[in-house]
Design a protein around this ligand. Structure first.
Ligand code: BEZ
Length: 399
């Protein structure tokens, strides 16, 4: 244990789901940890916004399937700390045009990856999908797969559980309203300044979600990304007996009116009697996270509403509640999550761990373990090679 009050083994910058999961894992290793959150903990301004997420195993790449499988014991462990059900196992239904390549991959490639790792799933025809899962008017050529271990994640309860674990840990200090405004390398250590004071850390973990470059710029590098302000809508159930799994539809875009939609079952912890359906596209990607507004794009909502009307049973297609969530996405093809050390031109780069971009809520407790191990030991059991940025990708940024 470090003696000075403001000295830490690890300073985590960004107190959303990933930052809290990392701090929790660090506390299990008895590492004195400071979490700096620029807004308030549990805020709705970054990638941890909203209430539900999808846990799914299908991915077109086996290493992603493996990561989802490896996450399961970490979810089980987190579950022991709360009476709320974190993963509501309703299964994953992936369906649509089998030729479509989307941001989430492709159905046939996912089937291959599942087979390779012996993950059970069923292949489905359009007719079977309509009969079993309450969709309608699907093009005949659509196919699908159902994987029973998929779940709807109570993400609010997940974050609350991690927050409480950190709060009661003697190893973790949580500081909100504390954006890092300066990071200085002092010998082997880092001095991090916020409006609330100065702290010294041996290691740094960066988990600021879409605001990552506000932190990386303090260290002299920049991560290229595009930003999606994702809209979401809730539709009232007109037939209470109908229940949906978590699902995702792959389609070819017709003009610009979107292609992918995804949805959730009705859950008692997120607008009971309503079902969340959302577009997995944005009409206007952003270059800068500060351009976002908290207002969902009307046109994206209209396309979603039309899709609900055309293809879903038992729902009133008027969006009753809406929300937005800001996510940074990598601009490197096939590189969803970026997990790496800082680039080598940054002093002490091996002591700076960064997680940036992509949809990672389903990995939350496991990603916390990966980031904690990278910070404490410089390595982790999970092979992060596919997630490494490659040094060319980091642009230098003049501090
Ligand atoms: C995902 O499972 O990664 C995902 C689902 C819906 C929208 C975006 C991502």
């Amino acid at each position: 244990m470090l003696q000075n009050e403001n000295h830490y083994d690890v300073i985590v910058i960004g107190g959303g789901a990933m930052g809290l999961a990392t701090a929790y894992q660090l506390s299990k290793q008895k590492a004195k940890t400071l979490v700096l959150e620029q807004f308030t903990f549990k805020n709705q301004l970054g990638s941890s916004a909203g209430v539900s997420r999808q846990f799914r195993i299908p991915y077109p790449d086996t290493y992603m399937v493996q990561m989802a499988l490896d996450s399961e014991p970490y979810w089980d462990e987190l579950q022991t700390h709360t009476h709320k059900t974190l993963l509501d196992k309703v299964g994953t239904l992936w369906f649509g045009d089998p030729s479509v390549q989307s941001t989430e991959g492709n159905i046939a490639e996912a089937e291959k990856a599942l087979q390779e790792l012996n993950v059970p799933y069923e292949s489905l025809t359009a007719e079977e999908i309509e009969k079993r899962f309450h969709f309608k008017n699907l093009p005949k050529e659509y196919t699908g797969l159902f994987q029973p271990d998929g779940a709807s994640i109570d993400f609010r309860a997940t974050i609350q559980t991690l927050y409480e674990l950190c709060l009661k840990s003697e190893y973790v200090t949580l500081q909100e309203q504390s954006p890092a405004i300066e990071i200085k390398e002092i010998g082997d250590l880092f001095q991090v300044t916020t409006p609330n004071g100065v702290s010294i850390g041996k290691k740094i973990v960066l988990t600021p979600g879409p605001y990552m470059n506000s932190a990386t710029h303090l260290l002299g590098f920049h991560v290229e990304a595009t930003y999606w302000n994702m809209s979401s809508a809730y539709f009232k159930k007109t037939d209470p007996s109908i229940q949906y799994p978590t699902w995702f539809v792959f389609q070819n875009p017709i003009k610009e009116n979107g292609n992918q939609f995804y949805g959730f079952p009705e859950v008692e912890w997120d607008h009971p009697e309503y079902i969340r359906v959302a577009p997995d596209f944005v009409i206007n990607p952003l270059d800068n996270p500060n351009e976002r507004t908290l207002i969902p794009n009307e046109q994206e909502l209209a396309y979603t509403s039309q899709w609900v009307k055309d293809h879903m049973e038992g729902l009133d297609p008027t969006p009753y509640f809406t929300s937005t969530c800001l996510v940074a996405l990598s601009t490197i093809p096939n590189k969803e999550l970026l997990i790496d050390f800082a680039p080598s031109y940054v002093p002490n780069h091996k002591n700076i761990v960064i997680y940036a971009t992509g949809w990672a809520a389903k990995f939350t407790p496991y990603l916390g373990k990966i980031l904690a191990d990278l910070a404490l030991y410089g390595k982790t059991d999970f092979d992060i090679t596919p997630f490494k940025l490659g040094q060319d990708y980091f642009k230098k940024f003049k501090k």
